[in-house]
Ligand binder design. Structure first.
Ligand code: MN
Length: 415
């Protein structure tokens, strides 16, 4: 990465509690879980563009999708798998022979085989017993291994499943040849402390050769929990660009990478200075806008308005920024507005080589403040209304759905 300015947060007392693996395998899920963000659809060509950039910046594993989903999805996986990327191309499969077969035929070298583990999933979704789940898992793992694939085994909702079942299932699939074991916090209910306990116990009971985690952001803890998992020895964290994914999304690639680089001084092998470029590409292709206050890649991540802050930043950026915006390929912005102070105005005038006497500076400052305070918010409100409307129903509209129903002649059942 571009010369990181490390955060001065290093407390040697905490070092002994960390078991961060030598090399981190970033496993990107943008094109699978990220595509499951409501309303998101990537064409095969768009998947290739994202996968190519992910590979270029140093991501190790790219999940290209679930080929059994549709013809187009299968074509997308084949397109990505045959592009000669440096990153390993992975595709996902349920514990169903046809799913595994579709991955084998896709040309992907890596497979993620997933099945649910918790009682609530087994009882209400799969309607399977633990014995049945174990049997189909072993069968699928063996099927994929026989085809020469690198096999990761994932259970949905791992952390809410009975631990005895988790232990038995993961031990047996590992014995059957699974290369990597993934623990999933599918509904995002772990905290860093509970996850630390969980993973320590998982490692003691299962002895995974290679541990991976899949964290969701339902309560805003995905990146924190992922970082905790890495501290506990997890080597292959699942991440998504811009934190995309089902519901509130997954752990954000840019957050986890930069946390490791900036907070621990770890060389992740990721070109962090291209993270903003990657974020913008995924924002454009997914149609999901990045929140202005999103960490690292949001518009406001390196923006300053308040006088006290801009004054500090102009003197030394370390006063109000943990790292340089160039670290992620972003630019610092000084926003002139209600909270602006004199120093920011002086700095702004310098852009045209102007130095103004104090009385004029104060008058200019006064006009900036009253100008922004009196500015009409109508445009902004109209924009937000239109924007909301766009995202209220990003999938098929009701009209489109009922037109299809009518076209097929599907009639109401009358008894
Ligand atoms: Mn997920």
């Amino acid at each position: 990465m571009a010369e990181p300015r490390l955060v001065e947060n290093y407390h040697p007392q905490t070092a002994s509690q960390r078991r961060i693996p030598e090399s981190i395998v970033f496993w990107d899920e943008t094109l699978r879980d990220g595509e499951q963000t409501p309303g998101v659809h990537f064409s095969p060509e768009e998947k290739l563009r994202v996968a190519t950039l992910l590979s270029e910046i140093g991501v190790s594993v790219v999940n290209a999708g679930i080929p059994v989903v549709s013809e187009e999805e299968a074509r997308a996986v084949r397109l990505v798998a045959s592009a000669g990327l440096k990153a390993k191309v992975l595709a996902a499969a349920r514990t169903v022979p046809a799913d595994v077969d579709a991955v084998i035929r896709s040309g992907a070298t890596h497979i993620a085989i997933f099945v649910a583990a918790s009682q609530v999933h087994l009882k209400y979704k799969l309607r399977m017993t633990q014995e049945e789940v174990l049997a189909v898992s072993l069968k699928s793992v063996r099927q994929a291994k026989e085809a020469g694939l690198h096999v990761a085994f994932v259970t949905e909702d791992t952390v809410r499943a009975p631990f005895d079942f988790v232990e038995r299932l993961y031990r047996e699939v590992q014995d059957a040849g699974a290369d990597r074991l993934v623990v999933a916090d599918t509904v995002g209910i772990m905290t860093p402390l509970t996850f630390r306990w969980y993973l320590t116990e998982f490692q003691r009971r299962v002895h995974p050769k290679d541990l991976s985690v899949h964290c969701h952001n339902d309560l805003g803890l995905a990146a924190a929990n992922t970082l905790t998992a890495i501290e506990c020895g997890a080597r292959a964290p699942h991440v998504c660009v811009n934190g995309l994914g089902e519901r509130a999304g997954n752990a954000s690639l840019e957050e986890v990478v930069v946390e490791l680089e900036a907070l621990y001084g770890i060389h992740t092998g990721i070109q962090t200075e291209r993270l903003t470029e990657l974020s913008r590409l995924v924002e454009e292709l997914s149609g999901i806008p990045v929140a202005p206050n999103k960490a690292l890649v949001g518009y406001n991540a390196f923006s300053h308005e308040a006088g006290i802050h801009t004054h500090g930043i102009l003197a030394n950026t370390l006063t109000y920024e943990p790292l340089q915006p160039e670290t992620v390929g972003a630019r610092r912005q000084m926003i002139l507005g209600k909270h602006t102070g004199k120093a920011a105005v002086v700095e702004k005038l310098k852009e045209r080589g102007i130095t103004a006497p104090d009385p004029l500076l104060l008058e200019l400052l006064h006009r900036i403040k009253t100008g922004t305070e009196s500015r009409s918010k109508d445009d902004l409100r109209r924009f937000l209304r239109e924007y909301r409307h766009l995202f209220e129903r990003p999938g098929l509209s009701d009209d489109e759905f009922w037109t299809m129903v009518d076209a097929l002649g599907i009639a109401a059942v009358t008894t």
